[in-house]
Design a protein around this ligand. Structure first.
Ligand code: HEM
Length: 485
């Protein structure tokens, strides 16, 4: 046999090996057993509400890996097992930050600066170019507000906020995202550096937020009454004060261990959850809303007229103001119906849940994973007329979804963008105010039209970690409105 033939055979063997390895690695997933996908609103209602005890646990490791391995365990509200620890940290967030009175007191004043900066950004982009993108400017406006809610005014200088924003953005929007790394060993092999970076999340979060927490502890310690020195009490302040049951794994109602304060590594996890939860989905919905307004000028005009009528002109958006601007609320709800940014509500259930759902009992010590598909539920033709149509009128007086609440009750489910049952999103009210204020400012100040290049509005979606976003960032022709005053 000639050398060239030998070489060809060797090369072919190597290729077969590589392709085999590729397929083996590609098909390795972190969820060992396939989840059970539910898209029917009635089945969702029955399982989540009628069997609430069994359907109240989210996955313990939302990213599929234990990022605490080798360290004391930490948890977020999202991943804490249903029980007293979860209740304590969720209650702390709802009472201290998300309660409507706190939203009015904390969020609304902070938004003013962020919205002004956003309007200035869009104005200068529109002056430079006929076609502008809105995603980055909105991201900055939302994050700067959220960072101040989280850390208070002493969050640091502009540079610190920007570097936190970049960290969060890279985590969700890196082109080789955590999801690719977790679902494919091939991706881990090719992007070893990024995989190592993901595994060391705990340590780089510590480097970023540890000093902020330490400095806040210090400044509070130097004041006798921990009153924040006249500053509004931030989420971080509440986390420094909250008392939790000794052990977050304890499923019982009463732990034997004495209540304790949170450790810094636990606070870091909760702060990271807060920043991510209050930025990503909010930005996604603002962009989807603007996309529909560009695509449907008649809806945009109707909204503009509502926003500029009477004393709404230049008014801040608050919970009450949203009640006075039903069309704005309807436009945002219609966007949430069509594009729930977290399209899957996940529940891990044991034998009770499996029995309720009529599926085989999961083997000892394991769970069955249910994914309730919010996107399918919100577009169910049994529930919605012309479900694929963007029609905000459904949500106003006389419409098929008049008076629909943000989070469904136990009687009926029509849409679940903020989830359902005990684990529903506690940030729904704050989100509506935050989204409403930004959309209101963008529509009041500018007219939005499709780019002249004929590209139109592309409503294709893609997933950034867990969040459904527009696959191509929105681009629009933006014209400043003539001042009404
Ligand atoms: C448009 C904005 C938002 C959307 C669409 C959204 C959606 C969701 C969804 C679908 C869930 C899972 C619910 C379930 O499993 O039933 C969730 C959970 C959660 N969200 Fe939101 N969210 C938004 C904004 C916020 C904001 C502003 C916060 C404030 C910090 C927040 C904090 C949380 C937390 C802590 C959980 C976990 C709740 C638990 O496990 O008990 N979210 N969110």
């Amino acid at each position: 046999m000639e050398v060239t033939q030998l070489l060809a055979i060797g090369l072919a063997a190597v290729l077969v090996l590589i392709v085999g390895m590729y397929w083996r690695l590609r098909n390795t997933t972190w969820a060992a057993r396939p989840p059970i996908i539910v898209g029917d609103p009635d089945v969702t209602r029955r399982l989540i509400f009628d069997h609430a005890d069994a359907f109240s646990n989210h996955p313990l490791f939302p990213l599929g890996i234990d990022l605490d391995a080798g360290h004391p365990k930490t948890t977020s509200i999202t991943s804490a097992p249903y029980g007293p620890f979860w209740r304590a940290i969720r209650r702390n967030l709802t009472v201290n930050i998300l309660h409507p009175s706190r939203v009015a007191e904390l969020l609304v004043p902070l938004q003013r600066d962020a919205v002004d900066a956003l309007v200035a950004d869009v104005s200068s982009a529109a002056a430079r170019d006929t076609v502008v993108g809105v995603r980055d400017a909105v991201y900055a406006a939302v994050f700067s507000t959220v960072a101040r809610l989280c850390f208070g005014e002493d969050v640091g200088d502009h540079h610190d906020v920007r570097s936190m924003q970049k960290m969060l953005h890279d985590f969700f929007h890196d082109e080789v995202g955590a999801f690719d790394l977790l679902t494919s060993r091939w991706a881990r092999l090719v992007h070893r550096g990024k995989w190592r970076h993901l595994l060391s999340t705990r340590s780089w979060l510590g480097d970023a937020f540890g000093p902020v927490i330490a400095s806040r502890r210090l400044s509070r310690g130097s004041r006798s009454n921990n009153d924040g020195g006249g500053m509004a009490r931030s989420y971080l302040d509440s986390l420094l004060d909250v008392r939790v049951p000794g052990n977050f794994d304890d499923p019982g109602e009463s732990s034997n261990e004495a209540p304790r304060g949170l450790r810094d590594d636990e606070i870091i996890k909760l702060v990271w959850e807060f920043l991510g939860a209050s930025t990503e989905a909010v930005v996604a919905i603002i962009e989807w809303t603007m996309a529909h307004l560009v695509a449907k000028p008649e809806v945009q005009e109707k909204l503009y007229l509502e926003l500029t009528a009477g004393d709404h002109q230049n008014g801040q958006v608050s919970d009450e103001r949203l009640r006075d601007t039903p069309y704005l609320r309807a436009v945002v709800l219609e966007t949430l119906r069509l594009h729930p940014p977290l399209p899957m509500l996940i529940r891990d259930v044991g034998p009770d849940g499996a029995a309720a759902a009529g599926i085989p009992t999961p083997p000892n010590g394991t769970v069955a994973r249910f994914m309730f598909n919010a996107e399918v539920i919100g577009r169910d033709p049994k529930v919605w007329s012309d479900p694929e149509e963007f029609r905000p009128e459904r949500f106003i007086s006389g419409g098929e979804a008049e008076n629909l609440s943000l989070v469904p009750g136990p009687k009926e489910i029509k849409m679940v963008p903020f989830g359902a049952g005990r684990r529903h999103c506690p940030g729904a009210g704050l989100s509506m105010v935050h989204i409403g204020a930004i959309v209101a400012a963008l529509v009041r100040e500018f007219e939005w039209a499709p780019p002249e290049d004929g590209g139109g509005v592309d409503l294709t979606d893609s997933t950034a970690l867990f969040v459904k976003v527009m696959a191509s960032p929105l681009r629009a022709r933006v014209t400043p409105r003539v001042s009404q005053s």
